[in-house]
Design a protein around this ligand. Structure first.
Ligand SMILES: Nc1ncnc2c1ncn2[C@@H]1O[C@H](COP(=O)(O)OP(=O)(O)OP(=O)(O)O)[C@@H](O)[C@H]1O
Ligand SMILES: [Mg+2]
Length: 266
């Protein structure tokens, strides 16, 4: 906690070395509570590996400070208990269990094994609250396997809520969602984000434009720049990274891109 009572997570000089290849290379980042922080960058930039290192899934060097602890020296289950949670590019729910049971199990991270009862008749209050927040109350008793892709991502966010994750690192949560689902997801993140520190990895610039307070651009394991959406869009280096390396004009004005694709001169 800072003097103002705001939570934050600080990354300093974080490096992940895979046999000499630095997938993350000296990254500095400050993530503040209440800010929807987006992490963008071309494929292979190191976004997922950065989140993996913060959450203890791959070893890293440097410093990741949260609540006076260095996460790099902690095992992943302890990091979860400290309140740092993440989602994966592909949803990792238990498909054969119901939506509510998935939330109940996720909440078990703060309970002892004997308190975990799959056969429990009524769910804890925080499970009901999480269902409400992520909009899955009507589907609470359906097997998670029948959920649409977008709904699985909401369930995963719900699982972070019942774990009382104060820091949420979301790896491409809106990939494959319809425009409407994206909008709902953005609004959900806004609702839960004021009292949390949320980082969203995303490629879709329209989504980033709509919801980002702050954007960090990664390229080749390094932070290229940090700024508002307007600032990073105006940054020539950012445009070069996207246009030059991948031919993916994600940062350009969508209408101009469409016109270009249609063969018009822009
Ligand atoms: N376990 C690993 N061993 C070796 N190299 C790895 C490993 N995991 C990732 N990499 C490499 O590290 C680089 C960064 O990968 P990462 O998955 O973090 O990128 P990303 O920015 O998340 O990309 P995407 O947008 O495609 O998800 C890539 O070159 C990848 O091939
Ligand atoms: Mg990734």
């Amino acid at each position: 906690m800072t003097a103002r009572g705001l939570d934050y997570l600080e990354v300093q000089g974080l490096t992940v070395d895979f046999d000499g290849f630095k997938a993350v290379d000296g990254v500095d980042l400050t993530l503040l509570q209440g800010e929807l922080h987006f992490l963008i960058g071309p494929n292979g930039a190191g976004k997922t590996t950065l989140v993996d290192a913060i959450t203890g899934l791959v070893p890293g060097t440097g410093l990741v400070r949260y609540r006076h602890r260095d996460l790099l020296s902690m095992r992943s289950h302890r990091i979860v208990r400290l309140g740092v949670g993440r989602t994966f590019q592909t949803a990792t729910v238990f498909e054969e269990l119901t939506v509510a049971q998935n939330l109940d199990i996720a909440g078990g991270v703060h309970r002892r094994a004997w308190q975990l009862a799959l056969a429990r008749r009524s769910m804890p209050e925080y499970v009901e609250r999480a269902l409400e927040t992520v909009g899955l109350t009507a589907l609470r008793d359906r097997p998670a396997g029948v959920l649409a892709h977008g709904q699985k991502q909401w369930l995963e966010i719900g699982m972070l809520l019942v774990q009382d994750a104060r820091v949420m690192l979301l790896d491409e949560p809106v990939a494959g969602m319809s425009a409407e689902e994206r909008q709902e997801t953005g609004e959900l993140l806004r609702r839960i984000g004021s009292e949390r520190t949320i980082v969203v990895i995303e490629h879709d610039m329209e989504f980033v434009r709509s919801f980002a307070d702050k954007v960090t651009v990664m390229h080749a394991g390094k932070v290229l720049t940090v700024g508002s959406v307007a600032e990073i869009q105006a940054d020539e280096r950012v445009q070069e990274v996207y246009l030059g390396r991948t031919g993916d004009a994600v940062l350009a004005d969508p209408e101009a891109v469409a016109a270009e694709a249609a063969g018009e001169v822009v």
